[in-house]
Design a protein around this ligand. Structure first.
Ligand SMILES: Nc1ncnc2c1ncn2[C@@H]1O[C@H](COP(=O)(O)OP(=O)(O)OP(=O)(O)O)[C@@H](O)[C@H]1O
Length: 259
């Protein structure tokens, strides 16, 4: 089965608020990384909510492998689609290992008991994010960056074909940003379909196969080569420079001088 994700004519508004997007279209083929860019508060997390079934769009349709997302129940969705949300794991006092084992529920059913294979899967996922030492610790005691890496491990444990990640590197130091970007590239080569938001356009130029830009209620999917400093200036309403690192532009903010 080809795990392509498509969205057709999606529109969404919170009650008594203007629409965040209308007529939104996306096509994310299997083995493809789509990076979603847009300023704070424009509706990126909300769009991800609609793409993953957490939120119901006012109109339009999301399909996974040709199947309408709205026709799938929560367990069927979890088997196909793993989400790394900004608020993941909040309030949980489980140990990291037990929290990750919960992610195997979509494989076993609610009353299934984890077995040795589940424990191995959890250990491998934690190792892939470089955080094996966290297994016995309570989720509530982790730093923001550690929690973010554990949430990425939780998505890996779910073994879904589609991964949707909301700012997965926002709390990470440079080493762990690189680790997560390499991990996403490796998952893409394994054939996963990946949608990820970031506020760093340089991450988009490193890993994206295509870029979606959300601006003024309008979603546009472009190629990586169509991104430019002028495009980013218009998007973020701030001066931006591009310097060239070989064939790749590196985007820098302008207008802040060393004091
Ligand atoms: N449950 C809600 N009810 C009403 N308004 C909401 C709700 N959740 C978010 N919003 C509003 O919808 C808008 C879009 O929020 P969203 O979190 O989707 O933006 P975002 O692009 O992901 O922002 P950021 O980059 O800052 O994370 C914001 O104005 C926000 O205040």
């Amino acid at each position: 089965m080809d795990y392509e994700l498509t969205a057709k004519n999606l529109a969404f508004a919170y009650p008594h608020r203007p629409a965040l997007f209308t007529q939104a279209q996306l096509q994310v083929p299997q083995g493809h990384i789509l990076v979603l860019l847009g300023p704070n508060g424009i509706g990126k997390s909300t769009l991800l909510g609609c793409l993953t079934g957490r939120l119901q769009p006012l109109s339009g349709q999301v399909c996974i492998a040709g199947v309408d997302l709205a026709s799938l129940n929560a367990r069927q969705r979890a088997a196909r689609l793993a989400v790394v949300a900004q608020t993941g794991g909040r309030g949980s006092t489980l140990s990291v290992q037990d929290y990750l084992l919960l992610g195997r529920v979509s494989q076993h059913g609610l009353f299934g008991q984890p077995d040795a294979a589940d424990r191995q899967c959890v250990a491998q996922a934690l190792a892939r994010v470089g955080q094996s030492q966290l297994a016995p610790l309570s989720l509530a005691t982790l730093s923001g960056g550690q929690k973010q890496l554990v949430m990425i491990a939780a998505a890996l444990v779910q073994a879904a074909q589609i991964l949707v990640l909301d700012e997965p590197t926002a709390a990470l130091d440079l080493k762990n940003q690189a680790l997560v970007l390499r991990l996403l590239q490796s998952l893409k080569h394994d054939g996963k379909t990946i949608i990820v938001t970031t506020h760093d356009p340089n991450q988009a130029t490193l890993i994206a196969d295509s870029i979606a830009i959300l601006q003024a209620q309008h979603l546009e999917q472009i190629t990586v080569s169509q991104l430019s400093a002028a495009r980013l200036e218009a998007l973020y309403q701030t001066p931006i420079d591009a310097v060239w690192h070989g064939q790749r532009p590196v985007y820098l903010i302008k207008g802040v001088d060393p004091s």
